[in-house]
Design a binder for this molecule. Structure first.
Ligand code: NAD
Length: 257
């Protein structure tokens, strides 16, 4: 078991059928103790109960820095250290930039970028003190380029990529690695949106023209690699886990007959 006795926190891990839940599940399967964090207490409790005694539920709103500090402090108080921090929470409110209101902008920036910063900063303290640790941020392909209607989300996820790279170069001497995953996964909420709306159907067919939508477990496998010693020489990486979606250059194409 590659994470035997490792102490891990996964934020947004209460979303059944989501990426955070799959990561928590995989980490427990590899022997880790996992703090299952979610803003919805019942969701955190349900996932932790299902995972068994290696999982501990914790209610935390990651957009509030004091709550994130308390989350990390509680894990360190209970277990004496923190080995892996997965900053997974993220969401979007779609809207064209010319029409986006202040509230939508700040909600999306807080939910994706500030939350990642709070988790990163809180985790760095114990990890730097113990001179080891792996921080895994969950970004998005939307952070690599423009996507209509996803301006706030894309700007926030671009920030997550830069936070990852800056934290990696600032902390390599302290034994802490910081990496970022860019997922493409058919999570349950996303599948529901794909099926329920015209925009969802269109998005799905556009994605699937270039790549299969992955299973949350396939994203969790990459998180597992970044959490474990197998990735001891991987730092500051921005890793698409997307079946090749990001490898394609937009609308450029020359079909060969
Ligand atoms: N699904 C994809 O294909 C995809 C693609 C690109 C990026 N991502 C990124 O992957 C991550 C996970 O996405 P998902 O689709 O699995 O999410 P999800 O919606 O399935 O689950 C997210 C969980 O986070 C919790 N949450 C929301 N706000 C919170 C807060 N303030 N504090 C604590 N918990 C909170 C929710 O209750 C939910 O349980 C996100 O960062 C998302 O942007 C996903």
């Amino acid at each position: 078991m590659k994470l035997h006795d490792q102490i891990c926190i996964v934020t947004g891990a209460g979303g059944a059928g989501g990426i955070g839940e799959a990561i928590a599940r995989r980490f427990v399967a590899e022997g880790a103790r996992v703090v299952v964090c979610d803003i919805v207490e019942d969701k955190a409790q349900a996932v932790a109960a299902d995972l068994g005694e290696l999982a501990i539920p914790w209610r935390c709103d990651v957009t509030r820095s004091a709550e994130v500090e308390a989350l990390v402090e509680a894990a360190v108080r209970r277990f004496g250290r923190l080995d892996v921090m997965v900053n997974n929470v993220g969401f979007t409110t779609p809207g064209l930039l010319g029409e986006l209101d202040d509230q939508a902008w700040s909600d999306v920036l807080n939910g994706n970028l500030s939350s990642t910063f709070y988790g990163l900063r809180a985790a760095l303290r114990p990890m730097r003190a113990q001179k080891s640790g792996s921080i895994i941020n969950v970004g998005s392909a939307a952070g690599l380029g423009g996507a209509p209607g996803l301006g706030a989300y894309g700007a926030a996820k671009a920030g997550v990529i830069n936070l990852t790279q800056t934290a990696a170069v600032e902390n390599f001497k302290g034994g802490v690695r910081v990496n970022c995953i860019l997922p493409n996964a058919a999570t349950e909420p996303l599948l529901a949106w794909f099926e329920a709306t015209e925009a969802g159907k269109r998005t799905r067919s556009e994605i699937e023209a270039y790549a299969r939508c992955g299973a949350p477990e396939e994203i969790a496998a990459a998180a597992m690699f970044l959490a474990s010693r197998d990735s001891s020489y991987v730092n500051g990486a921005v890793l698409p886990v997307d079946g090749g979606l990001c490898a394609r250059v937009g609308c450029i194409s020359a079909e060969i007959e």
